[in-house]
Ligand binder design. Structure first.
Ligand SMILES: C[S@@+](CC[C@H](N)C(=O)[O-])C[C@H]1O[C@@H](n2cnc3c(N)ncnc32)[C@H](O)[C@@H]1O
Length: 376
């Protein structure tokens, strides 16, 4: 089970394990190098390790922390007073910091005491009903990804496909659509509604711009996502937001209104290093060690399958690849019916039983992000 600890305030999730579990019956497991996470420049250090394994890890951490401290020193010599956005960010931080720190403390302590599969029986697996009229995949299949096509592994085991000379692992019962935002109508045209829709939009922010990992979308375009059409009567929509109050306000007061949804919960994902430290200091205004996840349900949703707690923390060691989010399937499965239909939008990986949509949907299913088990 990928939830290693579940407490009053939330969950501690093992992201690496959840990736391995998604292809459990294959010869592959998640590459552990993706989850070597140190304080400060954690992404850079891990990325270096990924590229050059000969470098000494401790030496790298040391150098990076020095580099970081130098940068922080420079930054701390602030010449200008805080602007309105920064003041709002501090207000937002102050509103949530107490809950976030006590919840994280609970999760980390619980974790140390019982880094086991304690919560295993509390969570059901999500199964997607076999309703897609998609193209069936099978072992070793060569695919050409077309935009108006759902690809599906209807087998109960992981299969591999070859796409543009690269090998990809397709989890059991998973489906995907490789598509640009401009072709969203294809998804809406399918006569299916989802019990759970997870959305991780490519928000326009400095970090995405700097990293140039993917293209971004103006926030107003997100209003075009046909959530009204895609969400089931009692369904849940969960959207990842940045810490910018501008975007949090936009989601709560404009986007959800457009989608006919109201906020039912405001959760936080807290990122810790392999040693259980926050990945960045709480004091840094622009690089907080947490990110918000807002959950909504239809305005008129009266009868709920399950009450969603307003505040929770999901704690995990983050993947060292920019913007990769922790898995939500094990957590949210408790709030949707068994055999729920689940959709992830702007996905970069697949999940067993889910439909994933996005222009990079297969990216992290590439076998290069996994280790091949040579013993079998
Ligand atoms: C924030 S990332 C998603 C990260 C993902 N949830 C994860 O955990 O790895 C946003 C994704 O949206 C994709 N994207 C950007 N513009 C898009 C567009 N016009 N149509 C479809 N997807 C787009 C990006 O390529 C990127 O894969």
């Amino acid at each position: 089970m990928a939830i290693v600890f579940s407490g009053q305030f939330g969950w501690f999730v093992d992201h690496s394990k959840s990736i391995s579990l998604s292809v459990i019956d294959s010869n592959y497991t998640c590459d552990p190098k993706l989850f070597i996470v140190n304080k400060y420049g954690f992404r850079k250090s891990s990325l270096n390790l990924f590229i050059d394994e000969s470098l000494n890890k401790k030496q790298q951490c040391y150098e990076l922390s020095l580099e970081h401290k130098k940068k922080e020193k420079k930054k701390n010599k602030r010449k200008h007073p805080l602007n309105a956005g920064e003041i709002r960010m501090i207000e937002y931080h102050n509103e949530h910091v107490e809950f976030i720190s006590s919840a994280t403390k609970e999760l980390l302590c619980g974790n140390k005491l019982s880094f086991t599969d304690k919560a295993e029986n509390n969570f059901k697996n999500l199964n997607l009903c076999e309703v897609y009229l998609g193209k069936d995949l099978h072992e070793g299949f060569n695919i050409v990804c077309l935009e108006d096509q759902i690809y599906k592994n209807s087998l109960t085991n992981t299969c591999t496909v070859v796409y543009q000379n690269e090998r990809y692992l397709i989890p059991p019962k998973s489906s995907f659509i490789v598509s640009d935002f401009s072709k969203l109508s294809y998804l809406a045209k399918q006569d299916i509604v989802y019990d759970l829709i997870v959305i991780d939009p490519p928000w326009e922010n400095k970090s995405a711009k700097r990293k140039k990992d993917y293209t971004t979308l103006p926030e107003y375009d997100l209003k075009k996502i046909p959530v009204r059409r895609l969400l089931s009567k009692h369904g849940i929509v969960a959207i990842w937001v940045t810490n910018k109050p501008k975007y949090i306000d936009f989601v709560k007061h404009q986007l959800f209104v457009e989608w006919g949804v109201r906020v039912v919960a405001h959760w936080h994902w807290v990122k810790v290093t392999n040693d259980g430290e926050f990945v960045t200091d709480f004091s840094s205004i622009h690089k907080r060690p947490y990110e918000p996840l807002l959950l909504g349900q239809r305005e008129n949703c009266e009868l709920r399958f399950c009450e969603i707690p307003e505040r929770k923390v999901i704690c995990s060691v983050p993947c060292n690849i920019h913007s990769r989010k922790p898995p939500l399937n094990f957590i949210l499965s408790s709030y949707v019916p068994e055999n729920a239909l689940c959709l992830e939008m702007f996905a970069r990986n697949l999940l067993p039983g889910w439909l994933s949509w996005g222009n990079e949907v297969l990216k992290f299913q590439n076998s290069k992000y996994f280790c091949k088990n040579t013993s079998s």
